[in-house]
Design a protein. Structure first.
Lengths: 112, 117
C-alpha cells in the first residue's frame, strides 16, 4: 500500500528551464511534507518542506506547492542547473510515532 | 562536526544468517531512525528511537530489532536473513522525536549496503 507516490521515475530538463516534480498521497493524516535530494553513495539531504496549513513554501530556486483537496504536492526548481541532477524523494510525516513515509523517487537529469 | 556515521559500508551475508548494523548520530542528537531502501524504491521507515526507547515502528517483521545505547548510538539487528533483505539501510539522527518542523533537521548517514546471497 503505497501511501506516497511519485509516478514519474525520471525527468529530463534543459539547463535554465523549470523542473516540476510531482507527488501524490492518500492518507489525510499526513500533516507535514518534505522533499529530499539524494546523490549516489550518499544519504538523502533535506531540501524544503511545507506544513499542511500552507499551500506554498519558497526557498531560493525551490518552491513546494501543496493542494490538500487533491492530495498532491509538487516541487518547482527554477532555473534548473546541472548540479540539481539527483534523485528527488517526497516524504510525508505521520505524526504518530514520527514516521516519515517516502515516495519511490524521481531521477532528475538537467542537461547543459 | 562529524555527520551521521554508519558501519560497515558494505556487507555480504548468506540466507539464514544474522546481521548487526551500527549508527552513530550527530553529537547532541538523541533520536535515531532506521530506514530500508530497496533498489528503485524510496526509504521505508523501520524504527525510531529516542532517549533509548522505541518511539515508532514501521511494518517490518519481528526479525528486525534495534536498540539505542546511553551514548545515543544505535544498532539494527536482522535475524534469519532473506534474499529480500538485500537493501541500503539508512540511519538518520535528529535532536528530538520527529514532529512538524523538526523533521527538517533530520540528517541521514550514507547507509550500509547489505547483500544477502
Amino acid at each position: 500500500d503505497q501511501q506516497v507516490k511519485q509516478n514519474s521515475p525520471s525527468l529530463s530538463v534543459q539547463e535554465g528551464r523549470i523542473s516540476i516534480l510531482n507527488c501524490d498521497y492518500t492518507n489525510s493524516m499526513f500533516d507535514y511534507f518534505l522533499w529530499y535530494k539524494k546523490y549516489p553513495a550518499e544519504g538523502p539531504t533535506f531540501l524544503i518542506s511545507i506544513s499542511s496549513i500552507k499551500d506554498k513554501n519558497e526557498d531560493g530556486r525551490f518552491t513546494v506547492f501543496l493542494n490538500k483537496s487533491a492530495k498532491h504536492l509538487s516541487l518547482h526548481i527554477v532555473p534548473s542547473q546541472p548540479g540539481d541532477s539527483a534523485v528527488y524523494f517526497c516524504a510525508a510525516l505521520y505524526n504518530q510515532g514520527g514516521k516519515l513515509i517516502f515516495g519511490q523517487g524521481t531521477e532528475l537529469s538537467v542537461k547543459p | 562536526d562529524a555527520g551521521v556515521t554508519q558501519s560497515p559500508t558494505h556487507l555480504i551475508k548468506t540466507r539464514g544468517q544474522h546481521v548487526t548494523l551500527r549508527c552513530s548520530p550527530i553529537s547532541g542528537h538523541k533520536s535515531v531512525s532506521w530506514y530500508q531502501q530497496v533498489l528503485g524504491q524510496g526509504p521505508q521507515f523501520i524504527f525510531q528511537y529516542y532517549e533509548k526507547e522505541e518511539r515508532g515502528r514501521g511494518n517490518f517483521p519481528d526479525r528486525f530489532s534495534a536498540r539505542q545505547f546511553p551514548n545515543y548510538s544505535s544498532e539494527l539487528n536482522v535475524n534469519a536473513l532473506l534474499l529480500g533483505d538485500s537493501a541500503l539501510y539508512l540511519c538518520a539522527s535528529s535532536r528530538n522525536i520527529l514532529r512538524q518542523g523538526r523533521a527538517d533537521t533530520q540528517y541521514f548517514g550514507p547507509g550500509t549496503r547489505l547483500t544477502v546471497l
